[in-house]
Design a protein around this ligand. Structure first.
Ligand SMILES: [Zn+2]
Length: 409
C-alpha cells in the first residue's frame, strides 16, 4: 500500500505529485517542489483525494510510503500538520480566509511542511481570494497551499499565476471498476455496475457500490420519467423528489448539527452554576444563532448537491435513450448496446421506441436548464416542477404549458 492507492486513472498528475514529494524531502527542496498548488478536475475526478494523498506524501519522511505513522495519520485525517478546509455554506467568506491565513503562520509540529488544503476554492469570494493571495505571495518557508477547483479559471488570475497547476481528468469507467474490485474488495458485477452508473465520478461510484440507500434513491430518480402523466402527476413527482432531497440533507447533517450545538453549549458552560452564568446566556444565544445559520446554509448546499446528482442520473438515463435511438438496442454482431443504466434497459428501450431523438434532446436540454436554475438559487421544487412538465412535453417550455393547461382547467 502507498498513499496514492485511491487516486484513480491519473497517471500524469500522479507522476508530478510523486516527483514533487521526492524533491520536497531534499534539503533544500528540489525545483519539482513549490509552495502553492492548484489541483483542478471535474467533480468526482478525485481532487480532494489527490490533495490528501499529496499532503500525506509531503509529511512522510519517505515521500509517501503509506506505512509509517505520518502516512497513516495523514490518510486518516488526523495529522497535525495537514489542514483540509471545506466551505460550510455556499462560499468562503473573508473571515474564513483570514482564519486560514492565521493557520498558515503556524510552523509544522511534526513534519517538514505544514499543508493547507482548500477544497472547493472556486467558492472563495473575490475578497477572500485577495486575502489568500497575500499569504500565497509571501509564504513562510514551510507552508504548502493546495487549492482545489473544477477548473483553473475558478480562482482569480493573480492567485492562479502563483500556483503550479495539476490537472486531473475524468477517470475511465474501467479504472474505477478496477479500483472498486481491488482496493474496496467488491465483486466484479457490483464494481462494474457502480462504475458505469457513476459516469466517471469516483465518490459516487463508491457510494453506489457500498450503500443500499444510495442505490434505492437512484432507482427512485430513474423512475421519475415514468411517473409523469397529467399535470397533477408531474407536480406530485416534482414535490416528491424535492422532499426526498431535503430529507436526505437533514438526515446527513442532523447528528453533526446536534453535536455542534451541544459542544457550543458546553463551551459556554451551560448547566454550570454560580457567577457569570446569567451574563453568558445572551452571548450563548447569539453564538447559537450564528451556528444555526451556518448549519442551515450547509444543509441547503447539501440539498442542492443531492438534487444535482439526481439530475445527473436523469441525464444518464436520457443519454441511454438517445444511444438506443441512434444505434439501436443491438450493436455489431448482435451484442447488446452498452448502457449507463443497464439494469433499467426495459424502460429505456420502451422510452426510445415511443419518442424521437428530437424529443430526447429536448429533455436533455430541460435537465440542463433545471441544473442551471438550481445553481442560480431557484427554489428546488419550482425548478423540478418546470423540469417534470418539460420532460413530459419536451417541445414546450414549462411556463407556456403551465398557463395553457391552467387556463383549460
Ligand atoms: Zn510514510
Amino acid at each position: 500500500m502507498t498513499v496514492w492507492d485511491s487516486l484513480i486513472g491519473q497517471e500524469k498528475p500522479l507522476q508530478e505529485f510523486k516527483d514533487a514529494a521526492v524533491a520536497a524531502a531534499q534539503t533544500p527542496a528540489g525545483p519539482e517542489m513549490t509552495h502553492a498548488w492548484l489541483v483542478t478536475g471535474p467533480p468526482g475526478s478525485g481532487r480532494s483525494v489527490a490533495a490528501r494523498s499529496f499532503a500525506a506524501a509531503l509529511v512522510c519522511p519517505d515521500a509517501g510510503c503509506g506505512e509509517c505513522v505520518d502516512c497513516q495519520d495523514a490518510l486518516a485525517g488526523r495529522h497535525p500538520d495537514i489542514e483540509m478546509v471545506t466551505p460550510e455554506g455556499v462560499s468562503y467568506k473573508t473571515a474564513d480566509a483570514r482564519e486560514l491565513v492565521t493557520k498558515a503562520s503556524i510552523a509544522p509540529l511534526r513534519a517538514k511542511w505544514h499543508i493547507l488544503v482548500v477544497e472547493d476554492a472556486d467558492r472563495l469570494t473575490e475578497t477572500a481570494n485577495n486575502v489568500l493571495l497575500k499569504a500565497i505571495e509571501e509564504p513562510s518557508s514551510s507552508i504548502v497551499w493546495i487549492l482545489c477547483t473544477p477548473s483553473a479559471e475558478d480562482v482569480l488570475p493573480t492567485v492562479r499565476s502563483r500556483c503550479r497547476l495539476v490537472r486531473l481528468t475524468t477517470p475511465e469507467t474501467q479504472a474505477i471498476a478496477d479500483y472498486l474490485a481491488t482496493v474496496e474488495g467488491l465483486d466484479e458485477a457490483t464494481a462494474v455496475f457502480a462504475a458505469q452508473a457513476a459516469q466517471g465520478h469516483v465518490g459516487r461510484a463508491r457510494a453506489l457500490a457500498l450503500d443500499a440507500g444510495v442505490r434505492e434513491r437512484r432507482n427512485k430518480v430513474l423512475r421519475f420519467p415514468s411517473e409523469l402523466g397529467d399535470l397533477g402527476s408531474c407536480l406530485r413527482a416534482a414535490q416528491d423528489l424535492a422532499e426526498t432531497a431535503k430529507a436526505d440533507a437533514v438526515a446527513a447533517t442532523e447528528s453533526q448539527d446536534q453535536k455542534e450545538l451541544a459542544d457550543l453549549a458546553q463551551a459556554w458552560g451551560e448547566g454550570a452554576e454560580g457567577r457569570g452564568v446569567r451574563g453568558g446566556a445572551r452571548g450563548l444565544k447569539s453564538a447559537q444563532k450564528e451556528l444555526e445559520d451556518r448549519q442551515k446554509s450547509r444543509r441547503n448546499r447539501m440539498e442542492r448537491d443531492e438534487l444535482d446528482r439526481a439530475l445527473l442520473d436523469l441525464l444518464g438515463y436520457y443519454r441511454d435513450v438517445i444511444r438506443i435511438q441512434v444505434e439501436g438496442s443491438e450493436g455489431a454482431e448482435g451484442s447488446t448496446t452498452e448502457l449507463i443504466n443497464g439494469e433499467h434497459r426495459v424502460e429505456i428501450e420502451h422510452a426510445a421506441r415511443t419518442s424521437t431523438p428530437g424529443d430526447t434532446l429536448g429533455r436533455i436540454e430541460a435537465i440542463e436548464r433545471a441544473r442551471q436554475a438550481l445553481i442560480a438559487n431557484v427554489a428546488p421544487q419550482l425548478a423540478l416542477e418546470a423540469l417534470a412538465i418539460e420532460l413530459r412535453s419536451p417541445h414546450l417550455r414549462a411556463n407556456e404549458l403551465h398557463n395553457s393547461e391552467l387556463a383549460a382547467t
